[in-house]
Design a binder for this molecule. Structure first.
Ligand SMILES: O=C(CO)[C@@H](O)[C@H](O)COP(=O)(O)O
Length: 228
């Protein structure tokens, strides 16, 4: 069972983004945190930076839109070169239409849930998606403590994915580190976003390699992965 490690550039040096992308060569995707200071109380970057980053690196971009009105803005991130675009269900007016539009433009469509948003009301939307993101901190900032209380939601989401026989990736984001990644993998996550645990390390590419090894080992023992 393949696992993916996606370093979050929120913990990188924004003045050296191309070099910071190079520093994690071998990562599966680069996780790009787009924040608008409305959906979350922080402001980061937008389409022009994603366009430049897509030109500067071969690593595919996984854009996580923490913004209001993703129905209007998300397609522009596909045009800018993102390979995967995640919108928040709490912000989307028409999540099914938006997921279809992202896919039609050629990117993977992904939907995120804030910690207080349950998965159950969205079960019927899962076939429209390529990835589901369960936030394991309140979105907005890197370096926060992992919320253990999200583990049951990760487990329930994995059960729903299996129930529907879907090839959906299950991403976790927030506080993912050497001390939490195994619990996430055991609960059912297979895509791991890590900001401070990667860019705060002396050797970011070694941190990616070590996190991957931990996640693979935990996944190989996890009951949800046994019959894959
Ligand atoms: O989306 C977010 C925060 O809103 C994340 O991508 C963080 O950037 C992850 O950082 P760490 O918790 O791994 O430091």
């Amino acid at each position: 069972m393949a696992v993916q490690i996606n370093p979050s550039i929120l913990s990188a040096d924004f003045a050296r983004l191309a070099e910071e992308a190079e520093a994690v060569r071998g990562a599966d995707f680069l996780h790009v945190d787009v924040m608008d200071n409305h959906f979350v109380p922080n402001l980061t970057l937008g389409v022009p930076v994603v366009e430049s980053l897509a030109r500067a690196t071969d690593t595919p971009l996984d854009c996580h839109l923490m913004i209001e009105d993703p129905d209007r803005w998300a397609p522009g991130y596909v045009e800018a070169g993102a390979s995967s675009v995640t919108f928040h269900v709490e912000a989307a007016a028409a999540p099914v239409r938006l997921a279809r539009e992202i896919r039609a433009k050629g990117a993977r469509a992904s939907m995120a849930l804030k910690p207080a948003t349950p998965i159950e009301p969205f079960e019927d939307l899962l076939p429209e998606l390529d990835m589901l993101l369960v936030m394991t901190v309140e979105p907005g900032f890197g370096g926060q403590a992992f919320l253990d209380i999200m583990l049951p939601k990760i487990r329930r989401t994995r059960e729903l994915i299996k129930k529907h026989g879907l090839e959906l990736w299950l991403q976790v984001d927030g506080g993912v580190s050497a001390s939490t990644i195994e619990r996430c993998a055991d609960a059912g996550a297979d895509v791991f976003v890590a900001g401070s645990a990667v860019y705060g390390a002396k050797d970011p590419s070694e941190a990616v390699r070590a996190l991957r090894a931990q996640a693979e080992a935990a996944t190989s023992k996890a009951s949800w992965a046994c019959d894959h």
